[in-house]
Design a protein around this ligand. Structure first.
Ligand SMILES: NC(=O)c1ccc[n+]([C@@H]2O[C@H](COP(=O)([O-])OP(=O)(O)OC[C@H]3O[C@@H](n4cnc5c(N)ncnc54)[C@H](O)[C@@H]3O)[C@@H](O)[C@H]2O)c1
Length: 273
């Protein structure tokens, strides 16, 4: 494991109850940061699998504490500006500052663009794109006010870089995350804020397990039809949350101080095909 020193820093992680967000929270703590762990903590109407729960978010708190760092748990829906603003204010009141925003929360569902309904489009775009903007807006304003730089890392996807049939609303949102990332990088550069995104291939998380259960093998087949196997190594299977966390750590660190406005694929070679 590469060593980073986030001692004295505070990371604000969205979607931290389980999956990649929990792993990011653990990794920030392992490298010395205190962590604000946030999650919607309930299911959403159009999402056909279970999202995070308060109990799971508490478990993330324990995992951060096991690393010897402090965790603050806040229930927050990234789609709701008043909740985002109040969570950012609460985090700053509690810790005095935020140094890193990890914009990870997201949902998935499937359907061709001529088939999905407005509710699916709205919940997808509101969560996977508007939520990223709202958190960047309020943490970004905090970075400007405090005048000491900052780091924003957001999760796009390989579907932020390529498209295919079966999930156009997800693909539109994830392409949007890269547009937001590039624009924020330009707008916040004068305040020494680095803004980047990570573009994962398939990662073994509750999202993938839930999608498989809801849609069956067909979902995986649709996805692999778009882009080929998830992974050019080994059996072509999925990668792990920790592989994405490592990219988050690097982009949140001063080792990447001249990296801004990129969408870093952690794709096990998928996009090379
Ligand atoms: N798993 C994959 O294969 C994969 C691949 C590429 C990108 N991604 C992206 O990675 C990110 C993390 O996904 P994951 O696989 O860990 O998913 P997950 O479902 O396992 O975890 C996502 C977390 O986000 C939370 N969340 C969802 N909507 C929210 C909202 N409106 N407000 C606050 N919290 C909310 C959920 O409660 C859950 O705890 C997502 O942005 C996803 O789109 C996942």
């Amino acid at each position: 494991m590469v060593e980073y020193d986030f001692g004295g820093q505070v990371a604000f992680v969205t979607g931290a109850a389980h999956g990649q967000g929990r792993s990011h929270a653990q990794h920030y703590a392992k490298h010395g940061a205190d962590v604000v762990v946030t999650d919607i903590n309930r299911n959403m109407d159009t999402v056909p699998y279970d999202l995070g729960t308060p109990e799971e978010l508490d478990e993330t708190v324990s995992l951060v504490e096991e690393e010897g760092q402090e965790a603050l748990a806040i229930e927050m829906d990234v789609r709701d500006e008043s909740q985002v603003k109040s969570a950012v204010d609460e985090a700053v009141d509690h810790f005095g500052t935020i140094d890193i925003l990890a914009n990870n929360a997201g949902i998935a569902h499937f359907g061709d663009l001529v088939e999905i309904d407005e509710a699916m489009w709205d919940e997808m775009l509101d969560t996977n794109l508007k939520g990223v903007w709202l958190c960047a807006k309020h943490v970004g304003q905090h970075f400007i006010d405090r005048g000491d730089g900052g780091k924003i890392v957001s999760t796009s996807s390989i579907y932020g870089k390529v498209a295919g049939p079966g999930s156009g609303h997800y693909i539109a949102a994830k392409h949007g995350v890269l547009g937001l990332t590039k624009t924020l990088a330009l707008e916040l550069a004068e305040y020494d804020v680095n803004v980047n995104a990570v573009c994962p291939t398939g990662v073994e998380t509750p999202m993938v397990a839930g999608v498989m259960e809801a849609y069956g093998e067909e979902a995986l087949e649709t996805a692999t039809e778009m882009t080929g196997p998830w992974n050019i190594f080994g059996d072509g299977g999925m990668i792990e949350s920790k592989d994405i966390s490592e990219a988050y750590m690097w982009l949140s660190s001063d080792a990447a101080r001249y990296v801004t406005g990129i969408g870093l694929p952690v794709d096990a070679g998928m996009l090379a095909k």
